[in-house]
Write a protein that binds this ligand. Structure first.
Ligand SMILES: Cc1ncc(COP(=O)(O)O)c(C=O)c1O
Length: 503
């Protein structure tokens, strides 16, 4: 960082909080809506976070309150002393370009990035590209100008008002043009997004472009608002469209996590993997096994859709059909016996705690996009999606609703057959603790298929029956909350056409 600015920090440290709270008339417009702006910036931070230039710690405090793991680099000892006292976090000495390079999910800064020249800004962003994890982002809250003309116009305006400190500051430091940051983002493989929050400040989010190869199309799925269904006042309904994963379902996240972790631990000794599945897990695992050159054997009850069977085979998996009457429990017993006999690695989605952990990123995607989630609605087959989301969103205040079909046992009903595919539980999942659940919605097949048809006709959404059940559950539960409801749509309807999903 241009160290010529160190003397400014010394001067600023004691006056900074006064300026941001609007008491310094020259900086009133620069920091207008300061608290709101910091909240908006903090909303966009997720996971392991590096903050540059925390200064007196105002943003840091919000990040810590959100429960994020924060590492803060501050070059000014005077600023750091105030910030450390305010936040209780010890700041490291460093700046945008000088720090311990560690992996991160978010790199964030408020009102500091302008200390870098444009060349330094470019060097910094290039470096962050190598440190950020998949789906990672750079969040910059700072003064930025829409055009050279605008900058000159603003400078003339404040000159006329006699705000000489501000004018000197605007002329001396490196407040960028929007087009410059856009070009830097593009050059280093980032998507650019920006909102203007007052006459000076813009909140810019640069997300890493991670789609280089097909396997990168896991996660980062679209979240869309549903408006064709009647909702109580103050409630908005959003659907997370997991059909946009490469393998067409939410289970790509699981397949990838289970296999990546097992490979990392060195657990797959024979090069073979086995699992019991209704199909989508098999597809997710098949994609992950392809990426690692592993052989996959899947035990699948006969009743499940032939489309899913064909896709699993197309991706190189070997399928062994088990009797419909033996249920998923029969398929699970057969997979476990195979692993024992052959030494193949049994991913064991129904019992492994790695299953719910696969949805960490899914939860992060939701909060990054919406800020607050008032209610999360997800179906349970293995229970992994629901558990993973509830573990992460319930502590942040979300009401958690798990969805099952009639014929599933969560609500104390008898185990029995159902047409709704992909959800339904025969024995209570080990990792799904009861404290995670605020409500269990048990949905009839008729209600699930009715919702599937309405989603097609009213929203143009072609989703599977477990999505229909989830929508029916969300509408039942909508009166209990205010704010954003998120419902997970696990897959699309085209893999159920042979099951007459629309008949
Ligand atoms: C279509 C569909 N919906 C929902 C689920 C439920 O997900 P989970 O096993 O994480 O509970 C599955 C699981 O296979 C599925 O295939």
């Amino acid at each position: 960082m241009a160290l010529s600015f160190m003397d400014i920090f010394e001067e600023w440290a004691v006056n900074y909080d006064e300026a941001v709270s609007g008491h310094n008339p020259e900086y009133k417009d620069v920091f207008e809506n300061y608290t709101f702006m910091l909240k908006e910036a903090a909303k966009r931070a997720e996971g392991r976070t590096i903050e540059f230039g925390p200064g007196t710690g105002n943003l840091t405090l919000l990040l810590l309150n959100k429960g994020l793991e924060v590492t803060a680099y501050e070059p000014s000892p005077e600023m750091a002393a105030i910030g450390e006292q305010k936040t209780g976090l010890s700041f490291k000495t460093g700046d945008f370009l000088h720090f311990d390079a560690t992996e991160a999910d978010t790199i964030i800064s408020s009102f500091a990035f302008h200390h870098l020249t444009d060349t330094e800004k470019s060097a910094a962003i290039k470096q962050y590209g190598t440190l950020l994890n998949d789906g990672g982002r750079i969040v910059i809250l700072d003064t930025m100008f829409n055009s050279r003309d605008e900058k000159q116009h603003i400078i003339r305006h404040y000159e006329a008002l006699g705000h000489h400190h501000l004018v000197e500051d605007l002329n001396r430091e490196y407040y960028p043009l929007k087009e410059t940051i856009m070009a830097i983002a593009k050059q280093h493989g980032f998507n650019f997004e920006s909102v203007q929050l007052n006459n000076f400040a813009h909140l810019t989010v640069l997300t890493k472009k991670t789609y280089h190869k097909p396997a990168d199309l896991t996660g980062g799925t679209p979240l869309v608002e549903l408006t064709a269904f009647e909702l109580p006042a103050g409630v908005r309904l959003f659907a997370k469209l997991e059909m946009y994963n490469l393998g067409g379902s939410v289970k790509d996240r699981l397949g990838r996590h289970l296999i990546d972790e097992a490979v990392r631990r060195g657990d797959i000794s024979t090069g073979e993997v086995v699992e019991a599945t209704a199909g989508n897990t098999g597809i997710g695992l098949a994609l992950a096994c392809l990426a690692h050159g592993l052989k996959l054997r899947l035990y699948v009850p006969e009743k499940f859709s032939i489309e899913k069977q064909a896709i699993m085979r197309a991706l190189g998996a070997e399928l062994i059909m088990t009797a419909t009457a033996d249920g998923m429990l029969g398929a699970r017993a057969a997979a476990a016996a195979d692993a024992k006999r052959t030494g193949a690695y049994y991913t064991n989605q129904f019992e492994s705690s790695a299953n719910p952990a696969s949805y960490d990123k899914l939860a992060n995607e939701l909060t990054a996009e919406l800020g607050e989630v008032a209610m999360i609605v997800a179906g349970a087959g293995s229970g992994g999606t629901f558990t993973g989301l509830a573990e992460r969103l319930k502590p942040r205040g979300a009401r958690t609703v798990v969805v099952e079909p009639v014929g599933s046992i969560l609500n104390g009903g008898d185990s029995g057959s159902h047409r709704t595919e992909g959800i339904g539980v025969e024995v209570w999942p080990k990792f799904m603790t009861r404290e995670l659940i605020d409500a269990i919605e048990t949905i009839t097949d008729d209600a699930a298929f009715d919702a599937v048809k309405k989603l097609a006709r009213r929203e143009g959404l072609l989703v599977g029956s477990s999505s229909g059940a989830a929508l029916a559950a969300a509408l039942n539960q909508a009166p209990y909350v205010q704010g954003n409801i998120v419902v997970i749509f696990p897959d699309a309807s085209d893999r159920y056409l042979s099951q007459h999903i629309y008949d």
